[in-house]
Design a protein around this ligand. Structure first.
Ligand SMILES: Nc1ncnc2c1ncn2[C@@H]1O[C@H](COP(=O)(O)OP(=O)(O)O)[C@@H](O)[C@H]1O
Ligand SMILES: [Mg+2]
Length: 356
């Protein structure tokens, strides 16, 4: 009997549209002999639907019109999705769920929490690791604790910024200087992030970041290449080769990530072989530092000139579109997209069995 795999897509974060693209390619690449796919959409306002239309239409955004209203009850006696057809409630049992959701309320432990309560195995990191990976401040603390190299940074709350902005600007100028990066602690896809070159831009950037989060990070800008490594596994995670992003914009911003067709990936990255090995080791250390399971893409800065490596962040549900780095790195490391999905599902079942 094929496993019933729920694929969650959409969601309430600013990365809703990216999730539609990721989920469509996950669904296309899942082995239809092994899995019965149950596409489950979440709208931007948080309503759940069982999708019954064509997979190619998911990305168009009007998938709701071809769906049944649904809910996922946390009550474990259902272990599945309840949906409504002409006022009648039906149950769609689920053996495993793949949350292909990026950003807050998808990648941050909230969805994972519902799946835990419902007693349904799910792909990827558990509640704690998901929440940690989403929060750049917590991530940095754990990475520092594990002795991993980070770019110098400062953290402020929105209240502190509004309350004593001048002091904060002075502290940033003294400790980090320009250029620097201002980021909200809890987003993704470069939303709310600014590269700052002077005091005027700094004020604007902090105001912008404060619109998205209560916690703000300011980080010294590293003159670098963006390089990334895919990690896969539970107890014994392994690392793929390392890839490099070749953006044509000033940094890897939202536009560059999803719309700019000139953004290219270079695999393997154009750096010395021993640096690739070092990054792979650091990627596994970082993965272990947040006690990650299933998968994560670990992102680094490779400093131009010095070859120094800094860990940037971990993404516990990395992009899965046909042009995304996570599956591409595995493909080039010898693991096809389809086999990668098999492994992720197996890892989720293994973790679930270990727990009970
Ligand atoms: N300290 C930094 N030095 C150099 N580039 C940076 C720095 N911080 C961020 N960037 C650039 O901005 C991009 C997005 O920042 P990141 O922290 O990865 O946020 P997100 O979670 O939105 O991906 C990075 O991929 C990189 O290109
Ligand atoms: Mg990033």
């Amino acid at each position: 009997m094929p496993l019933k795999v729920g694929v969650l897509f959409g969601g309430q974060s600013g990365e809703h549209d990216v999730s539609l693209m990721s989920a469509a390619s996950v669904i296309k690449n899942l082995n239809k002999q092994k899995y019965d796919i149950v596409p489950i959409g979440i709208t931007k306002t948080g309503h759940w639907y069982l999708y019954k239309g064509d997979i190619d239409d998911i990305q168009k955004g009007d998938w709701v019109n071809n769906s049944y209203k649904a809910i996922l009850p946390p009550d474990p006696s259902y272990k599945g999705l309840l949906y409504f057809v002409d006022g009648e409630m039906k149950l769609m049992p689920l053996d495993v769920v793949f949350p292909v959701l990026h950003g807050p309320r998808g990648e941050d432990g909230t969805i994972q929490g519902i799946l835990e309560l419902a007693n349904i195995p799910y792909v990827g990191a558990n509640v704690t690791s998901s929440a940690t990976g989403m929060d750049k401040v917590f991530t940095k603390k754990l990475l520092e604790h594990a002795g991993l190299p980070l770019a110098p940074y400062l953290v402020f709350t929105k209240k502190q910024w509004y309350g004593r902005g001048e002091e904060i600007i002075e502290e940033i100028e003294m400790k980090l200087g320009y250029p620097n990066f201002v980021k909200p602690a809890n987003l993704g896809s470069s939303v709310g992030i600014t590269k700052v070159h002077d005091r005027r831009e700094l004020t604007e950037a902090l105001n912008l970041a404060a619109r998205y989060d209560r916690k703000l990070i300011v980080e010294k800008a590293v003159d670098c290449k963006d390089v990334e490594c895919s990690v896969l596994g539970n107890e014994n995670p392994r690392a793929s080769t390392v890839g490099e992003i070749l953006p044509t914009r000033e940094f890897y911003d939202y536009q560059a990530k999803y719309y700019d067709t000139t953004t290219r990936l270079l695999i393997p990255a154009d750096i010395p072989g021993d640096k690739i090995e070092e990054i792979k080791e650091l990627a596994i250390k970082a993965y272990r530092a947040i006690d990650c399971q299933g998968m994560a893409r670990v992102d680094f800065f490779y400093e131009n000139g010095t070859g120094k490596i800094y860990v940037n962040e971990l993404n516990t549900i990395p992009g899965f579109t046909h042009v995304s780095m996570y599956p591409k790195l595995w493909e080039i490391s010898g693991l096809s997209y389809e086999k990668l999905l098999d492994e992720l599902i197996n890892l989720s079942l293994e973790r679930f069995q270990d727990m009970y």
